[in-house]
Design a protein around this ligand. Structure first.
Ligand code: HAM
Length: 424
């Protein structure tokens, strides 16, 4: 017996489930191209060093969650856990300095070795958007509103936008010094996980879910108090403009995000209907990343939406697939090749045409067409085939003579007229 199963944390998407995925993806791509954002595709497999340098050694993603292995040439490779570092690499590699600012998107699988649960997988999918070479607050606003509008376009309600600012690199390092001092003094009051993070990734302690740690953190130094005038002004402009656009938001001073590259704006969009894995979208500014990866000093901002979570939230109307326009019922030695020829001809009209290949009885094929709720059917038996003709009927009016026609295979203009009158 064959006992093969998919790996834990991965899922098969079967045709029934893919209807919704494809409908959602179509809307996403439409929205992105309307905003004149171009697609970029980077490899799923990258050098491990890219993520260590890009995402940060102390982050959970790099320290605990990467799928890393040596390839046959003894090179350390990693299945991408996210897309931002790869996009930055691809742009640096293709000569970013000589290019104007770019607005880019990507969609595809990402891999993180996390504990699987509802809305959390080891292979999951993201739609990511990156604006490279944009410094102004207006780009922060466009990024946030884009994410917000995409979710709204999919009819998703009960969304909460949380924002924070992480300041620039100097602000952060000033804060970090003072925060580390405080952490050393208060170490014993923190939960074990947070204690472990002190040396690796102290900022992450700020978004600890432990109740006692959260309580004691209220006494800790605040990042906000370490922001330069310029950073504060930037943040205040962002909030004013969001308010002007009537995008509701809450400030979450503990929002630090799980990846090290963020500066200034950080944001997340959560949904009340998602349960514990509530974040559907996360993003922020990463002005230092490209330089840190060996490129020029170029500012950037972006976000990624988790597609599994998006699919859970999107409405049921997106589960409906396009109806078959014509179902071709056929049987017999002469009829079958003719039916095949006919199906090829009909698909040129942008119709959804299904050719029955079962060779079953006419009544069985008829039942299948009925089950599919095909808009119309074509019937070809050997009798028709010998005369080089076929019968076409509108399915919901199968008994109405006027909607049934026998057409010669050679007479394409009659077929075309019938299609135009009844199907288009
Ligand atoms: P992230 O917050 O790590 O950001 O991931 C973005 C989104 O991906 C999450 O909000 C969530 O919806 C989804 N996601 C993450 N991990 C999983 C998982 N294990 N299972 C299912 N969904 C998951 C980034 O990845 C950044 N690259 C976003 C970004 C782009 N920042 C700037 N540009």
């Amino acid at each position: 017996m064959n006992n093969f199963k998919n790996l834990r944390g991965t899922v098969d998407l079967l045709p029934e489930q893919l209807v919704k995925w494809q409908n959602v993806e179509k809307i996403l791509v439409e929205q992105l191209s309307r905003a004149s954002i171009k697609e970029i595709r980077t490899p799923i497999l990258e050098m491990t060093e890219l993520f260590i340098r890009g995402i940060g050694e102390g982050t959970d993603v790099v320290a605990k969650e990467m799928y890393t292995f040596l390839d046959r040439g003894e090179r350390s490779c990693t299945l991408r856990p996210e897309g931002t570092a790869s996009v930055a690499r691809a742009l640096i590699q293709s000569g970013i300095s000589s290019k104007p600012p770019q607005k880019l998107w990507y969609m595809g699988p990402m891999f993180r070795y996390e504990r699987p649960q509802a809305g959390r997988q080891r292979q999951f999918h993201q739609l990511g958007v990156e604006f490279i070479g944009y410094q102004s607050v207006r780009s922060d606003i466009e990024i946030i509103t884009l994410a917000w509008d995409i979710l709204a376009k999919l009819g998703i309600k009960e969304l909460n936008l949380e924002i924070n600012t992480l300041g620039d690199i100097d602000d952060r390092s000033n804060f970090q010094k003072s925060f580390l001092n405080w952490l050393e003094i208060n170490k014993n009051f923190l939960d074990l996980d947070s204690q472990k993070r002190i040396n690796k990734n102290p900022l992450r302690i700020l978004d600890s879910k432990n109740v006692q740690t959260r309580e004691i953190l209220k006494e800790a130094p605040k990042l906000l108090d370490f922001l330069s005038e310029k950073s504060l002004e930037r943040y205040s402009t962002l909030k004013k403009q969001l308010a002007m656009l009537k995008i509701p938001f809450v400030q979450n001073y503990n929002l630090v995000r799980g990846l090290d590259y963020y500066t200034h704006t950080a944001f997340e969009i959560t949904s009340g209907s998602l349960g514990s894995q509530a974040t559907v979208c996360g993003g922020g500014r990463y002005d230092g990343l490209i330089e840190q990866m060996g490129g020029p000093k170029i500012p950037a901002i972006g976000f990624a939406i988790g597609l599994e979570r998006l699919i859970l939230l999107a409405g049921q109307e997106l589960e409906i697939s396009r109806k078959t326009d014509i179902y071709i019922i056929n049987q017999g030695l002469q009829a079958e090749p003719l039916a095949l020829e006919l199906s090829r001809k009909l698909r040129r009209y942008d119709l959804l045409v299904e050719l029955d290949l079962t060779g079953a009885s006419f009544s069985k094929q008829f039942k299948k067409a009925n089950k599919l709720k095909s808009k119309s059917i074509i019937i070809v038996g050997d009798d028709e085939a010998n005369k080089k003709e076929f019968v076409i009927k509108l399915f919901d009016k199968v008994n109405s003579e006027s909607k049934e026609e026998t057409i010669s295979i050679k007479n394409e203009s009659i077929l075309e007229k019938w299609i135009q009158n009844n199907l288009l």
